[in-house]
Design a protein around this ligand. Structure first.
Ligand SMILES: Cc1cc2nc3c(=O)[nH]c(=O)nc-3n(C[C@H](O)[C@H](O)[C@H](O)COP(=O)(O)O)c2cc1C
Length: 297
């Protein structure tokens, strides 16, 4: 029953205005079934997703500080994290999975990691000891027209804009920007990373393609403002998980199956004035159901 990930990823944008009506039972049921059967993420770190409604019996305010309009239902994502682990990447991967599934139902969503009453949502979702609640998303039928606030927010976050390939993707080392022709059939998988959502649209993913090993090394460009741990979790590591999901789903649809490995290739990392670059994970091609259109030596 495979979903058309390439189209769904391309269609997804953040929605912040919703039709103020309860989620129809069919949608709710589809989401609940998807949540119950959520596949494992590459880290095998369980991510707990929960649908909650504004009229929840717990009579607490499920607020988003005016950012989200009209939404009645939210998906809350919780994960256990010991701090120095891959919980945030696992979280980004699994949460994006439900975002894309919601898209397949024609429902709008918006990753929210900052502007929401975190402790109220945590109470309603019955947060467990050791769990954290990094993000929520509203889920529902969207208003056709973008609201004024929505337009301002989209402009502020440069939402429809993405960094060019030359700032994101490299060939063998960080001195050589990767050209789409050099990526061959993988270029579409990289396009899906390029258009992924990220906190404040910072797009902190950098990828080095090593054609000799058929692998893609993922790096995180941590901006100076994100080096600390103000939120209690590293929000930019969530962005890496999202990029991983987009890459893997797109590659699979293009006929490339791979596996994830954490094995630092020790590529020379240049110095950046606005942040630091660190190695995260590598996707290695394991088998393909069709030949790439072009190989690079
Ligand atoms: C981890 C994460 C946290 C986010 N937090 C917020 C938020 O608190 N408020 C908000 O309005 N948008 C938030 N966003 C949405 C981004 O601003 C949005 O994805 C980005 O601007 C790209 O726009 P697009 O999703 O329409 O492609 C978040 C996105 C991610 C991935």
């Amino acid at each position: 029953m495979g979903l058309d990930y390439l189209s769904l990823i391309r269609e997804r944008i953040s929605h912040r205005s919703f039709v103020n009506a309860p989620l129809l039972p069919d949608y709710r049921e589809s989401l609940e079934i998807f949540i119950q059967n959520l596949p494992e993420n590459p880290f095998n770190i369980p991510v707990r997703l929960k649908l909650i409604d504004r009229e929840d019996k717990h009579k607490v305010k499920l607020g988003t500080y005016g950012v989200i309009k009209g939404a009645r239902t939210f998906i809350v994502g919780l994960v256990e994290s010991g701090g120095d682990d891959n919980a945030m990447e696992a979280y980004g991967y699994s949460f994006e999975e439900i975002i894309i599934f919601a898209q397949s139902l024609g429902l709008g969503t918006c990753w929210i990691g900052g502007t929401f009453a975190r402790s109220n949502f945590a109470n309603v979702a019955r947060i467990k000891n050791g769990e954290i609640l990094p993000c929520i998303t509203p889920v529902g039928i969207t208003q056709k027209k973008l609201s004024f606030l929505e337009r301002i927010l989209r402009t502020a976050a440069r939402s429809s804009k993405r960094k060019p390939w030359s700032k994101l993707f490299y060939l063998n080392n960080f001195d050589t920007p990767l050209q789409p022709e050099q990526a061959g059939d993988f270029s579409e998988a990289l396009n899906m990373v390029q258009i992924a959502p990220s906190a404040s649209n910072n797009q902190p993913w950098r990828i080095v393609y090593d054609p000799s090993q058929s692998c893609f090394h993922f790096y995180l460009h941590t901006l100076n403002g994100y080096v600390g741990n103000k939120l209690g979790f590293k929000i930019q590591r969530i962005d890496i998980g999202i990029a991983m999901y987009h890459f893997e789903a797109a590659a699979a649809q293009l006929g490339f199956n791979g596996k994830w490995e954490i094995k630092d290739p020790e590529i020379f990392i240049p110095h950046y004035h606005d942040g630091i670059l660190s190695y995260m994970i590598t996707w290695v091609l394991s088998d393909r159901t069709r030949e790439p259109t072009m190989t690079v030596d």
